[in-house]
Design a protein around this ligand. Structure first.
Ligand SMILES: Cc1cc2nc3c(=O)[nH]c(=O)nc-3n(C[C@H](O)[C@H](O)[C@H](O)COP(=O)(O)OP(=O)(O)OC[C@H]3O[C@@H](n4cnc5c(N)ncnc54)[C@H](O)[C@@H]3O)c2cc1C
Length: 414
């Protein structure tokens, strides 16, 4: 039977960014569709609410799809074509046109001018209401069974619901019910592990520096030959900040395999050569011989960090440049260019935490977000084996895949 002669029943598992965006796009295209979003918790868009520290970094201003896709350690190749369909500029236009003015901050991160995620949350909720999307809170989907004309869903209240199309947008929770449903419907799962985490240090040697940040460093994990340049924040547990989070994302699987126990090195002044530093030291010895090494940094790093590195190089707090030996020089250069730390464990990054792994992309058409295995089944958002760096990339992937899934479900005639 042609379901377009009937009212098409579309179910969405999960009222997060991608599920709600999909529901809105679906209703925009097909007003007659009966779209129901099932949400297991009592709150919709809970992650969007807390995203970006409550400010919601909803996208980035990189507009070229190929350059944009480079920010996704998983999904790099597959996301290029979806970004041509609905990219960052489409997101910016969409929210702006609907009445939420946006602004761009450092590293291209885009936020609402209000600096409050509630602008984004309220808009999306109002749009679902305006378009007649039904949202069932505290009503999770426990199982989905294929039937001759779609799916029978078993809900958390033990009732059943029949639908013609099913979108799984259940987010990145590891081994969630959404993953169980995907597996049951024939999909393979790339092992799910955390991404975007901070490094915890074993026997934290610079704990007294908690709160110090440095704008430009290079952090490396030599045994896997991966490095990232950027800002770092020293925390009570260890290291965080953009360079660390990017490295955790790029190296997510390799660090997981090492049970988050590895050595990292930090170059605290990548913009300066060793020759230049030697010259500066020689100059200090001649011209500022009586100055205290601890009080006269020769590189532009926070003075607390300089004092700690000088101390770790064997200079006590009263040592002058006159008594700064070649041995001290060797040791200080080594600390400035390659301080070594033992990482033992990871810490949740409070401003963003995503899952690497999920439903395998090879089993999905990224043109439609439709399953290649199970007719009538669609996927969007973080449940997929897609994750990005920090900077608005994860929400952008949710908008893009949700938009395409919503549109395809509205059109889908199979
Ligand atoms: C603290 C934090 C801050 C973040 N900040 C940013 C940021 O500023 N910028 C950015 O780009 N990204 C950010 N992210 C990542 C981003 O929020 C996620 O990548 C994005 O929300 C994923 O959207 P989603 O719709 O796929 O999943 P989610 O937003 O996780 O939504 C999935 C929904 O499905 C529901 N659900 C799960 N299983 C079922 C079921 N069986 N039945 C019914 N419902 C179900 C869940 O309760 C949830 O509401 C942040 C993440 C965290 C944790």
């Amino acid at each position: 039977m042609n379901i377009f002669l009937m009212i098409m029943k579309i179910s969405i598992c999960g009222a997060g960014a991608s599920g709600l965006f999909a529901s809105i796009r679906c209703k925009q295209i097909n007003r007659n569709a009966d779209v129901t979003v099932f949400e297991k918790s009592d709150q919709v868009l809970s992650k969007v609410s807390v995203s970006g520290g409550g400010r919601c970094n909803l996208t980035n201003n990189i507009d070229d799809p190929k350059a944009l896709a480079m920010n996704y350690p998983r999904g790099k190749k597959e996301l290029i074509s979806p970004f041509y369909r609905f990219g960052t500029m489409d997101t910016i236009r969409w929210f702006t046109k609907k009445g939420v003015p946006l602004k761009t901050e450092d590293n291209g991160r885009v936020f609402p001018v209000s600096d409050s995620s509630s602008s984004i949350v309220d808009l999306l909720i109002n749009e679902t209401k305006r378009l007649g999307v039904k949202i069932k809170k505290q009503c999770g989907i426990k199982h989905a069974f294929t039937s001759s004309s779609g799916f029978d869903l078993e809900l958390s209240d033990n009732t059943f619901y029949h639908c013609d199309r099913l979108l799984i947008a259940a987010g990145g929770e590891i081994e969630s019910e959404g993953i169980g449903i995907s597996r049951h419907l024939g999909h393979s799962i790339q092992k799910q592990i955390p991404s975007l985490f901070s490094f915890s240090l074993y026997d934290h040697p610079v704990k007294e520096l908690a709160g110090v940040s440095v704008k430009d460093i290079i952090i490396s994990v030599p045994e896997i030959r991966l490095s990232q340049r950027g800002a770092i924040l020293i925390t009570h547990q260890g290291f965080s900040g953009p360079s660390v989070l990017s490295l955790s994302s790029l190296a997510a699987r390799k660090l997981y395999e090492r049970d988050y126990s590895f050595k990292c090195t930090i170059n605290w002044c990548p913009g300066v050569s060793s020759e230049k530093l030697r010259e500066s030291i020689s100059c200090m010895r001649k011209q500022s011989a009586t100055a205290i090494v601890h009080n006269t940094p020769i590189v532009t790093i926070p003075s607390r960090l300089w004092r700690a590195l000088a101390g770790m190089s064997g200079c006590d707090s009263s040592m002058t440049w006159a008594s700064f030996t070649k041995k001290h020089e060797f040791s200080l250069l080594n600390k400035l260019f390659s301080s070594e730390f033992n990482v033992k464990g990871k810490a949740a990054n409070k401003s963003e935490f995503v899952t690497c792994g999920g439903v395998k992309l090879s089993e999905i058409s990224l043109k439609t977000m439709k399953s290649k295995i199970c007719p009538g089944l669609f996927f969007s958002g973080e449940i997929l084996d897609i994750d990005g760096l920090t900077g608005g990339f994860n929400l952008q992937a949710a908008w893009t895949t949700g938009y395409i899934a919503g549109e395809s479900m509205a059109h889908d005639k199979d």
